[in-house]
Every structure is written in structure tokens, then in C-alpha cells.
Design a protein. Structure first.
Length: 129
């Protein structure tokens, strides 16, 4: 069993996570708004780059917290989220439905119960309680 002390995170990592999540939500909101208002894809390129960069930073943060993350429920939800984002970037005509679905998967992944977020597909049980 892992002790609480080993699982404890430094306060600055929590602050960094909050800043990264806030930045990602801000950037993805601008990108989604651009899709809603049919802004040309070329004009949204900086927002797509920032969305991808902030998303990669969030993934790195998650992996640093848990090496099990890639095959847990939360990792799987991010794969779906990122796949929809990539599809929206490759097919601008699908941007609105793909970004809307990506937002929904992102919200569901962040707010689903801990037992599902931490469920390991590899171990067939909750890891990192």
C-alpha cells in the first residue's frame, strides 16, 4: 500500500495544474467560439496551436503525477478528446461538431467519479486511489 506521504504533491504542482487547466479552457473556448461564428480556419491557427500546446502540457502534468495515467479511464478520455480535436483541425468542415464533442468528453473526463477516472484498463482495478 502506498503511504499518503509518497502520494503527496507539492503545493506548487497544484497551482501549476490549475493555471494549465485555466489556460486550456480559455484557449479552447476561443477556438470553439471561432467555430461557432465560422471564423476561417486559417485565422484560428494560433488558437489551435495554443490548444494543442496547453493540452500537451496538461498531459505531461498528468503523467508526472501517475505513470498509470495513459491506461486509466482519464487517459482514455483524453485520447478521445485529443482525437476529436485533431479531426477538427484536419477537417475544418467538421470543426464545430468535433470541438463540441471534444468539450463534452473533456468535461466528462474531468468530472467522472474517481473510481472511473482511476480505473486501469491494464490492471482491471483502480490504481492511484
Amino acid at each position: 500500500m502506498i503511504s499518503k506521504e509518497k502520494n503527496k504533491r507539492h503545493a506548487w504542482t497544484r497551482v501549476l495544474d490549475i493555471v494549465l487547466r485555466a489556460a486550456h479552457v480559455l484557449v479552447i473556448s476561443a477556438l470553439f467560439g471561432g467555430a461557432v461564428f465560422q471564423v476561417p480556419a486559417a485565422q484560428l491557427l494560433p488558437w489551435r496551436i495554443l490548444a494543442a500546446a496547453s493540452g500537451v502540457a496538461l498531459i505531461a502534468s498528468e503523467v508526472l503525477h501517475s505513470l498509470h495515467w495513459p491506461y486509466q479511464g482519464r487517459g482514455v478520455m483524453v485520447y478521445v478528446h485529443a482525437g476529436l480535436f485533431i479531426l477538427a483541425s484536419l477537417q475544418p468542415s467538421l470543426a464545430l461538431p468535433c470541438l463540441a464533442a471534444a468539450l463534452i468528453f473533456g468535461i466528462l473526463g474531468s468530472h467522472m467519479p474517481k473510481r472511473l477516472r482511476h480505473w486501469s484498463l491494464l490492471h482491471r482495478r483502480v490504481t492511484d486511489p
